[in-house]
Design a protein around this ligand. Structure first.
Ligand SMILES: NC(=O)c1ccc[n+]([C@@H]2O[C@H](COP(=O)([O-])OP(=O)(O)OC[C@H]3O[C@@H](n4cnc5c(N)ncnc54)[C@H](OP(=O)(O)O)[C@@H]3O)[C@@H](O)[C@H]2O)c1
Length: 275
């Protein structure tokens, strides 16, 4: 099997893609802005996806690419996909399942379109919410043992980054995934209040949920994130997950032949981040 280029190799998912491929004895090359952040033992080429010409040297002799697109806009992703298509044969793209957005224009849809029309063989991974999103509560948990946040009854089937990576590795290294789109979730739906309780159990101390009024949350998120549209879409999404929980899929189990990792497992793996 030829060389596999991993983008986002210093992030939640890509770091596991790189390490799982390396452990399987495959030829891996990471593409990173800061090579020193990539785990030891993996070949790295330095570059930036927003500067597509820096990708060309990284693509030399590459057969397949794990593609993560940073940020929330399409930007120059079309050029990046064209560069990949000039060198490689296959791409596994970390897209997203965005409920209710089937008809809306998103950068995920744009990038999927570039890939579909590029001539590359492709597989789209469409995860719902990442368990790692709850790391946003870490400071409050460490400081107060309380998560003050809106929509405690918003329910999602959060997915462990290791499972997304394992599916990516499976799609990169076995046949039969060309033209497939995989909706990926964790094994079970949990409300945000239940997620907080599970984190408390994993770190061995009680962590309480405290419902935050939506307008107070908006102020705080605006101060933290800066972008009113992004804050509004996050609040709308949490509100919708109260009445329309994100449903668990069995895709991880179907593809990997073992159950998806639970949120509890994720919290245990990340206990040090919350202590
Ligand atoms: N969070 C969710 O619930 C969710 C759900 C569905 C889909 N997604 C998608 O999943 C992806 C995020 O995955 P993740 O959590 O594994 O990522 P992450 O931990 O946020 O890490 C982002 C990675 O991208 C790299 N990166 C950022 N800007 C770059 C640039 N200009 N050029 C090259 N590399 C760059 C970062 O490298 P540095 O070390 O240089 O920063 C890092 O390796 C996004 O595309 C997101 O839209 C997320």
């Amino acid at each position: 099997m030829g060389k596999i280029l991993v983008t986002g190799a210093t992030g939640n998912v890509g770091s596991h893609v790189a390490s799982q491929l390396a452990r399987a004895g495959l030829e891996v090359r990471a593409f990173a802005r800061k090579p020193e952040k990539v785990q030891a033992g993996v070949e790295v080429v330095q570059g930036d996806l927003t500067v597509p010409e820096t990708l060309e040297p990284a693509l030399k002799d590459v057969e397949s690419v794990f593609l993560l697109w940073p940020g929330m806009s399409t930007g120059n992703a079309g050029e990046v996909v064209s560069a990949i298509a000039r060198h490689a044969r296959r791409v596994v793209y970390l897209s997203a399942y965005v409920p209710g957005s089937e008809d809306a224009a998103t950068h995920y849809g744009d990038i999927e379109h570039f890939i579909r029309t590029s001539g590359l063989g492709w597989t789209f991974l469409r995860p719902g919410g990442f368990s790692a999103n709850t790391l946003g509560w870490a400071e409050q948990i460490k400081r107060d043992g309380v998560v003050r946040w809106p929509y405690g009854q918003a329910s999602r089937a959060l997915i462990h980054e290791k499972d997304i990576a394992a599916v990516a590795v499976h799609a990169l290294t076995s046949a039969g995934h060309n033209g497939a789109s995989y909706d990926l979730t964790g094994p079970a739906e949990l409300t945000q209040a239940e997620q907080v309780r599970a984190i408390g159990e994993a770190i061995g101390r009680e962590v309480r949920w405290e419902e935050q009024p939506v307008e107070e949350a908006r102020e705080r998120l605006l101060a933290a994130w800066g972008e009113p549209e992004f804050v509004q879409s996050a609040l709308k999404a949490w509100e919708s997950f109260v009445t329309h929980p994100e449903k668990a899929t069995d895709t991880v189990e179907r593809l990997l032949g073992r159950p998806a990792l639970s949120f509890r497992q994720w919290a245990e793996d990340h206990a040090a981040d919350f202590r």
